[in-house]
Every structure is written in structure tokens, then in C-alpha cells.
Design a protein around this ligand. Structure first.
Ligand SMILES: Nc1nc2c(c(=O)[nH]1)N[C@H]1C(S)=C(S)[C@@H](COP(=O)(O)O)O[C@H]1N2
Ligand SMILES: [Mo]
Length: 258
């Protein structure tokens, strides 16, 4: 475990601690001298956790048209061979439906036209892959927050899982299929979109057509391509091998904040 990982783990704990203190933050509790002392010793901790919480809501840097990479790299799956995906691609995704289900009041099944009609955002951002390369691109897509509001998240929903069309590993139990998950802070972040356009054109297959996640405060592997289904869950222990994503199941960190 690197120092950065250790620090990240500690900060996650600090954020949880801060959330706890927040809930107990009524005047009567604060008047108690023992609690006062505890709060004072925790002050540095909560201040740092507070800063972390604020920073998680901050926008990722945005760039200008002039910064757009002429040759944005494509990585991981670039042409899924899965039958169901090939069939959708052959007919120009006319039969594609984005399914939104799990812990929602109103499950959705949307055509691409319906997704394109949702509240959208366009942004020029830098994609950072854990392998050490970055590319700047322009993305347009449906904001995830308003989409989730359409479906209506239940109180028990804590994470959003993205089920993808591509298998990176061919397995009998389907555990080689790509998937990812994010928490609700990232899900409702204004720059979190389901992109259907890249650099002003229809999203190419290599970059995740017809829909791919852009979650700009996270490393590249969190940006699920070929998204077929969005599932709201309370935990992801039962999904894939239980770690919240294809690469997480193979040793990557679940929280890949940048
Ligand atoms: N479905 C799916 N999503 C994926 C991957 C993949 O293999 N399959 N690779 C991830 C990784 S590691 C990166 S860096 C980015 C690459 O996105 P790009 O091809 O648009 O550069 O997609 C991410 N999302
Ligand atoms: Mo990546």
C-alpha cells in the first residue's frame, strides 16, 4: 500500500467521522464539557475531513477547444465482441435501451433519443488513465443526477452501478463483464454525465458508444464505456466479485479520486 493509498484510506475514515459528528451537532451535546474536549481534539480531523468533502464537490478543471487532443487515446475494450452488443451496433443502436433500476421508485428504460432529450452538459476535460497517460477531450451527455431523480432513488440507495456490454475476460459466470460503481457524491456531481458525443461528433465505438460515463473527479477506469444498465444499490457485495468494479475485483482501489 502506497503512502497515498494510506492517506486516502485515512481520509475516508475521517469523512465518516465528520459525518457522525455532524449528526450529533446539536447545542445540548456541544454544551457538555466532555464532548467539548472531544470535539476540540477532533477539530483538526474534522477540518481536514470538511475540506475533503468540499473538494469532492469542486469541479474538475475545464479546458478550451484549442487544448483538445488530436488523437485521444482509446483504452481497454475498443470494439466489444459480445453478441448482444454487436447486434445493437449493426442496427445503429435503434433497439438500445438504457435501463435504470435497482433501488428506485420508478425503473426506466430509455431510448437514445430519450437520453438525448434529458438535461445535458458539455465539458472539455482531461482523462487520466492509471497507466500514466492523459488526453483532453470534449464531452456532451445527460447529467446523471437529474436522470437519477427521474427514476427517484430510494433512501437505501448508496451507490450507482454501471453494467457494461463488454467482456474483457470471457467467463461462464459473466464475471468478466466490465462494470463500475460510484457513490452519490460523484453521481450528483455536475460534471458527471452519460456522454453520447465526443469532440462534437456521435460517440465512437472505441470510446464507448452509445453511452459512456464521464466522472471527471475520478481516474480513467471509473469511466464505464458501453453502459447498458444503471443500478442503484445499498452495497455491491453481490455484484461481480464484490469490490465494486471490474478492475477493483482485480486489485485496483475503488476510490480513484483525482
Ligand atoms: N466498458 C468498459 N469501460 C471502460 C474500460 C473497458 O475496458 N470497458 N476501460 C477503462 C479504462 S482503464 C480507461 S483509461 C477508459 C478509456 O476510455 P477511452 O477509450 O475513451 O480512452 O475507459 C474505461 N472504461
Ligand atoms: Mo485506464
Amino acid at each position: 500500500m502506497s503512502a497515498a493509498d494510506t492517506r486516502r484510506g485515512w481520509l475516508k475514515g475521517a469523512a465518516a467521522a465528520a459525518a457522525g459528528l455532524w449528526l450529533t451537532g446539536c447545542n445540548k451535546v456541544n454544551d457538555n464539557p466532555r464532548v467539548q474536549a472531544a470535539l476540540q481534539s477532533a477539530e483538526g480531523l474534522t477540518r481536514r475531513a470538511h475540506r475533503l468533502l468540499i473538494s469532492r464537490k469542486a469541479l474538475a478543471q475545464e479546458f478550451t477547444e484549442a487544448d483538445i487532443a488530436r488523437d485521444f487515446r482509446a483504452n481497454g475494450s475498443i470494439s466489444p465482441s459480445d453478441d448482444a452488443y454487436r447486434a445493437l451496433l449493426e442496427t445503429g443502436f435503434k433497439d438500445y435501451r438504457l435501463v435504470v433500476d435497482g433501488l428506485v421508485d420508478k425503473p426506466l428504460s430509455l431510448t437514445l433519443a430519450e437520453v438525448r432529450a434529458l438535461t445535458s452538459r458539455t465539458q472539455i476535460t482531461r482523462h487520466d488513465c492509471v497507466e500514466g497517460w492523459s488526453s483532453i477531450g470534449k464531452w456532451k451527455g445527460a447529467r446523471l443526477g437529474p436522470l437519477l431523480d427521474l427514476a427517484g432513488l430510494k433512501d437505501t440507495a448508496r451507490y450507482i452501478v454501471f453494467h457494461c456490454a463488454d467482456s474483457l475476460e470471457m467467463t461462464l459466470d459473466g464475471s468478466g463483464q466490465y462494470y463500475e460503481s460510484i457513490d452519490l457524491i460523484d453521481a450528483y456531481h455536475p460534471q458527471t454525465i452519460l456522454a453520447y458525443e465526443m469532440n462534437g461528433k456521435v460517440l465512437p465505438v472505441a470510446h464507448g458508444a452509445p453511452l459512456r460515463l464521464r466522472v471527471e473527479r475520478q481516474l480513467g477506469y471509473k469511466h464505464a464505456k458501453y453502459v447498458m444498465r444503471i443500478e442503484a444499490v445499498s452495497d455491491f457485495a453481490q455484484i461481480g466479485r464484490g469490490k465494486g468494479g471490474y478492475w477493483e475485483d482485480r486489485g485496483y482501489e475503488w476510490y480513484a479520486g483525482i
